[in-house]
Design a protein around this ligand. Structure first.
Ligand SMILES: Nc1ncnc2c1ncn2[C@@H]1O[C@H](COP(=O)(O)OP(=O)(O)OP(=O)(O)O)[C@@H](O)[C@H]1O
Ligand SMILES: [Mg+2]
Length: 391
């Protein structure tokens, strides 16, 4: 189960106690972080920041060096304590956790992947990956199995007994990721995990992360200073500058309505067709029927909404096909099951628009969009795609 994250009017301030106190008093004044530093000597690394991240969302924070990204992500496991404001994860206010509550939260609920891998050099891949479970006192058998699953998931099967120094940078990063996954975290925190990798490996890792996200259904907070990476990965992105957020939105919204010249400059080098994904511009399906629903109920639902067809899923949201209003009207059956038509126009939500373009041109209807498990996640409308790609 993924968890949602709510950060409300949160600030992180560094300095002596006196400096911090003086700076906190100025947070509500109309002053930049720089101006507060000049006045008080304290560094305001995150200033009055609010973000809501949905369950299962891959949320990216992007910004130049020193803009406050690490300071922000480190508050999510309280490696940094907020000077003020609240951080709530799955309904729990982090600052109110007792010390044992915090320990349990860090062990079980949130995992961090660091930029510099932070592997234990004298331990094998397997021993590195099972380390968090060892700390938790999980029995050997069980922890081996869990670690093996994580190793398989990141594509390192066969490397279990190698030492970190026998691996390439990309493989080490995958060990770090596998380790972060062993305790099945509901929140995955990734601070510039791919910055040290060369472009090709980096791209592979990005693809793997997207695949993982699909399979795992976790909330992921990902930090990068690379706008292309941010747009490739993020469901939504927040651009930070000088401890504050300049803009939050989907990739599409950044292109559509850049909030300032700063944003416009920041995205100038990004190639839209290569980074805009189906998921970034799909919309929610209207009425969706489930296998086993009654003909009468479905017919009425469609009639009410003036729809001439709707999509059908099973009870796990797995996409089954579509059903026509016309057929519902003629039917004498009880359930809709026999009326479901197959649909081979499904597209994968992480496909780039370029890849979906072909199917879209031929389709008469909106296209159903599914995730890696085949669950219906949205629909894609031809006109919306044309508008998104137009300058
Ligand atoms: N522990 C600390 N003590 C004092 N100042 C700090 C501390 N950590 C960060 N800062 C300051 O806070 C500001 C934001 O730093 P932060 O590390 O959050 O930036 P960043 O966006 O992660 O940068 P980068 O891309 O280089 O990692 C900087 O001015 C930095 O000097
Ligand atoms: Mg950083």
């Amino acid at each position: 189960m993924a968890r949602d994250v709510k950060i409300d009017n949160m600030s992180v301030v560094f300095g002596t106690k006196m400096q911090r106190k003086a700076a906190i008093e100025l947070l509500d004044e109309d002053m930049t972080a720089d101006e507060i530093r000049e006045e008080t000597g304290a560094t305001v690394a995150v200033k009055n920041l609010s973000i809501e991240i949905e369950e299962g969302e891959l949320f990216v924070i992007v910004g130049l060096s020193g803009s406050g990204k690490s300071s922000l992500i480190r508050t999510l496991n309280l490696l940094n304590r907020p000077a003020r404001g609240t951080i709530t994860v799955g309904g729990q206010d982090l600052t109110e956790l007792s010390s044992s509550g915090l320990r349990s939260y860090r062990r079980n609920d949130a995992s961090m992947v660091f930029q510099n891998f932070a592997l234990l050099s004298h331990r094998t891949v397997m021993q590195n990956v099972e380390y968090p479970l060892e700390v938790q006192g999980v029995a050997r058998e069980k922890r081996r199995q869990t670690a093996q699953d994580a190793i398989d998931l990141v594509g390192l099967s066969g490397w279990e007994n190698h030492m970190p120094n026998q691996l390439s940078g990309g493989m080490r990063q995958r060990v770090g990721l596998a380790r972060a996954l062993t305790n099945d975290p509901e929140l995955l925190l990734m601070d510039e995990p791919y910055s040290a990798l060369d472009p090709l490996i980096r791209r592979n890792m990005q693809d793997e992360l997207l695949k993982l996200e699909d399979e795992m259904d976790r909330t992921i907070l990902f930090i990068t200073h690379d706008m292309n990476e941010a747009f490739r990965l993020g469901d939504r992105i927040a651009l930070m500058k000088d401890a504050e957020i300049v803009q939050i939105g989907t990739p599409d919204e950044f292109f559509d309505k850049p909030a300032s010249d700063y944003v416009r400059d920041f995205i100038a080098d990004v190639d839209k067709t290569r980074i805009l994904k189906v998921r970034s511009i799909m919309h929610r399906p209207g009425y969706v029927a489930k296998l086993g629903d009654s003909v009468k109920e479905t017919r009425e639902a469609l009639k009410e909404r003036d729809m001439d067809f709707c999509y059908v899923t099973d009870k796990n949201r797995k996409f089954q096909g579509y059903i026509r209003f016309e057929d519902l009207q003629k039917s004498r059956g009880q359930t809709i099951n026999k009326l479901v038509n197959e649909d081979d126009t499904v597209i994968y939500r992480n496909a780039y628009l370029r890849e979906a373009w072909h199917k879209l041109k031929e389709a008469e209807y909106d296209l159903p969009v599914v995730d890696g498990k085949g669950r219906l996640r949205g629909v894609l409308d031809y006109n919306v795609v044309v508008e998104a790609l137009a300058d």
